[in-house]
Design a protein around this ligand. Structure first.
Ligand code: IDP
Ligand code: MG
Length: 153
């Protein structure tokens, strides 16, 4: 599986509920490498661009209201197949259908309060990372433990 970077964001409900550490901890324990992290209250313009694909959906106004209502924690994680790994760790969008063992299945119950975002593909990952981070904000480093959790790179 090729090396990938993905954009992950703890949404306002996750920050309000004190679950930032839990989200980060699960990604760390999976073995993925954190390369950038920033807390921000999203401006409406940034929210509109981040969720541009959903602008014609009925839930779009509520989505903008929710995502701009309180701080979020934006992150970039990387590793082999990081995009698919992150999506699988979140579980399905509708948290009421999410299986136990996933973040959404363990910590939430509603599609409108589903705790965390992760990019759904490589095009989205590049676009979303660029919306939140400058290229020089992505740290390049290695950890000794990686020889025990991922193929040599
Ligand atoms: P994803 O976050 O799993 O990628 P998307 O389909 O991209 O799911 O939707 C983006 C976000 O919009 C969801 O995470 C959720 O916060 C919100 N959303 C999606 N569908 C609905 C809905 O039917 N009602 C309310 N909010 C929704
Ligand atoms: Mg999505």
């Amino acid at each position: 599986m090729g090396w990938q970077q993905t954009f992950v964001m703890v949404k306002p409900d996750g920050v309000q509920r004190g679950l930032v550490g839990e989200v980060i901890s699960r990604f760390e324990r999976r073995g993925l490498r954190l390369v950038a992290l920033r807390m921000v209250v999203m401006e409406r313009d940034l929210a509109r661009r981040h969720y541009g694909a959903h602008q014609d959906k009925a839930f779009f106004p509520d989505l903008l209201e929710y995502i701009t209502s309180a701080p979020v924690v934006a992150m970039v994680w990387e590793g082999p197949g990081a995009i698919g790994l992150a999506r699988a760790m979140l579980g399905p969008t509708d948290a009421s259908q999410a299986p136990g063992g996933t973040l959404r299945g363990d910590y939430c119950m509603d599609i409108g309060f589903n705790l965390v975002h992760a990019s759904d593909g490589s095009e989205a990952a590049s676009r979303e990372i660029a919306l939140f981070f400058q290229p020089e904000e992505l740290c390049s480093y290695r950890r000794d433990l990686e020889k025990w959790v991922m193929p040599r790179t």
